[in-house]
Design a binder for this molecule. Structure first.
Ligand SMILES: [Zn+2]
Length: 135
């Protein structure tokens, strides 16, 4: 199943981020899945359920945000609404997919050690926001 390997890749990213920050637990993960990514959010969620056992994500909540496809003209940059002919009315250029085929790890919230333990001025529990990364 396609979703299984994606979740496996996702878990590796989350675990690497958690290790980097010496996090003790992951509370929440947010993933954006484009409607044209070829991923079934339901299957993705059930694959996550299988994978997270005995990992740092054991108690993590998975939030899946689905993103609609967006098309633009490669010439003038105009947005072209889905459902229309996928061609720019001004330039006659075929529309380019701007978003909607992505699978992005948007955010990880995790438990990290208290500031005094790390010698850094950060609150004991903080939200770690990842740069958007492709899974
Ligand atoms: Zn155009």
């Amino acid at each position: 199943m396609h979703e299984t390997s994606l979740v496996s890749a996702l878990m590796q990213q989350v675990e690497a981020a958690a290790m980097e920050l010496r996090a003790s637990a992951v509370h929440r993960i947010r993933v954006r899945i484009g409607e044209l990514a070829g991923v079934e959010p339901q299957l993705f969620a059930s694959a996550f359920e299988l994978f997270r056992e005995r990992t740092i994500c054991a108690a993590a909540r998975l939030e899946i945000v689905t993103a609609a496809a967006a098309w633009t003209c490669p010439g003038c940059g105009a947005a072209i609404a889905p459902g229309q002919v996928l061609r720019c009315p001004d330039c006659a250029l075929p529309a380019r997919l701007a978003s909607g085929d992505e699978i992005i790890l948007e955010r990880i919230e995790m438990e990290v050690p208290a500031a005094r333990d790390r010698g850094r001025n950060v609150p004991p529990r903080r939200e770690r926001t990842m740069e958007a990364t492709d899974v």
